[in-house]
Design a protein around this ligand. Structure first.
Ligand SMILES: *Cc1c(COP(=O)(O)O)cnc(C)c1O
Length: 431
């Protein structure tokens, strides 16, 4: 028996199970083995030299490449319709690899203001220490991205559907602005997953994921990945010297010239991952591969449950507002209909009448829903940002970040939906 080559012609559910994986050649093991080996024996000195020179593909040392991690990379590249992928130890590590590959000290990029809170801190505070500067723009008003682009701008970064407020920008328009400026569009597709949305089809040049969330889906492993579309012309201007000028550490090799449509991934791996080291563990890659096998089933249930919970909350007398792109009342609803035909995930925010204290009483009153700081688990999760993730901020900063005193974030899981609603109902009766 030989495994079919899993091309893009196969259906999504088939690719989610098979892409990148084949029975183990040595043992016949059908599941992908967890290769807990730091290093790999060379055939001879010449083989070793060609591996180190990036002339032959193969395994050297698991900080750079690992056979289990490689299956995950190939699977996610396939699901996103990308050319190549590089995994990292977390979503934030993946973002670091992307920006280290793109930016020089003094460079700038424009990011959506509706981002995961950790990304706002990474971009707005920690990156500054490396001389990388970021301005934030409004994804519902694409012209604000154009206005924020400067001579030193090297990328635009958005989330396809944002964590936590479920904002979907005008992705086509933002992609055109990036293209006109000659800079790549990077889309964090964590909240959508490739099942609900493929950013590359709408002009993204690089896709990032925190696989920690729905891709793993069971709240058991950190991870991140970058996927390269393979369409960006790095030589169209002089903005990307790391792609277009010779690299001394590799005997003058030029990544774009040598590797073409997967040059960005090669550079991210062979320089950023090599020198900073945030590699994904093979066990985490295995857990994530196992999670991805059921991604289509889980996402359908997440979406159905989230739509039911959001609609129920919007009608509840103790609730002031609900911010979910799947609701008619959302300013993102038209973009949801244009880009997210199969639903827009299960993370959103809502406001409790009674503000800060009522928010705390709600999260403390839940019994089935877990009060914790994660999203995209099989379990339903709930958080009151103003008293937890955003508590260091002033009230004004909290409101600007979409984490005002009354805001509650929910990640609707795949339990029986009437049980989720019943738990919210009893907890709301105590607010
Ligand atoms: C969680 C998250 C990240 C960061 O990923 P980690 O795996 O926690 O490092 C980035 N973007 C989004 C949208 C996230 O939800």
């Amino acid at each position: 028996m030989t495994d079919p080559k899993i091309t893009q012609d196969f259906g999504f559910a088939t690719r989610a199970i098979h892409a990148g994986a084949a029975p183990d050649a040595a043992t016949g093991a059908r599941n992908t083995p967890i290769h807990h080996s730091t290093s790999y024996v060379f055939d001879d000195a010449e083989h070793a030299a060609s591996l180190f020179n990036l002339q032959t593909f193969g395994f050297i040392y698991s900080r750079l490449t690992n056979p289990t991690v490689a299956v995950l990379e190939e699977r996610i590249a396939n699901l996103e319709g990308g050319r190549a992928a590089c995994a990292a130890g977390s979503g934030h590590a993946a973002q670091f690899l992307v920006f280290f590959t793109l930016l020089e000290p003094g460079d700038h990029f424009v990011a959506s203001r509706n981002l995961y809170g950790g990304s706002i801190t990474q971009f707005g505070t920690s990156f500054k220490k490396l001389g990388w500067h970021c301005d934030f723009a409004d994804p519902l008003d694409p012209e604000t991205f154009r206005a924020a682009i400067k001579e030193t701008s090297k990328a635009i970064f958005i989330e396809s559907v944002s964590n936590p407020s479920s904002v979907i920008g005008d992705i086509d328009a933002i992609a055109s602005i990036a293209q006109e400026a000659g800079i790549p569009l990077i889309v964090d597709n964590t909240m959508a997953t490739p099942y609900l949305f493929n950013p590359i089809k709408y002009g993204a040049d690089i896709v990032t994921h925190s696989t920690t969330k729905y891709l793993n889906g069971h709240g058991n492993s950190m991870g991140g990945v970058i996927v390269e579309a393979g369409k960006f012309d790095w030589a169209q201007n002089d903005k990307f010297p790391s792609m277009t000028s010779p690299d001394d550490a590799y005997h003058g090799l030029t990544f774009y010239e040598t590797f073409g449509d997967f040059g960005f991934t090669m550079r991210a791996r062979a320089v950023a991952l090599r020198d900073f080291g945030p590699a994904l563990s093979p066990t985490n890659a295995f857990m994530t591969l196992t999670g991805i096998e059921t991604l289509p089933l889980r996402m359908d249930r997440h979406v159905a449950n989230a739509e039911a919970v959001a609609t129920w909350l919007e009608d509840h007398p103790a609730i002031a507002w609900v911010s979910y792109a799947g609701l008619r009342s959302s300013p993102s609803f038209k973009h949801k209909n244009k880009y997210f035909r199969q639903g827009c995930g299960s993370v959103f925010t809502f406001g409790v009448k009674g503000g800060f204290d009522a928010g705390i009483r709600l999260v403390e009153g839940c019994t089935l829903l877990s009060h914790l700081a994660n999203v995209g688990d099989t379990r339903s999760l709930i958080l009151h940002p103003a008293s937890t993730t955003h508590r260091q901020l002033t009230e004004k900063q909290q409101i600007a970040a979409g984490a005002g005193p009354d805001v509650v974030r929910i990640s609707v899981g795949i339990e029986t939906v009437s049980d989720i609603i019943a738990d919210l109902e009893q907890a709301l009766s105590k607010t």
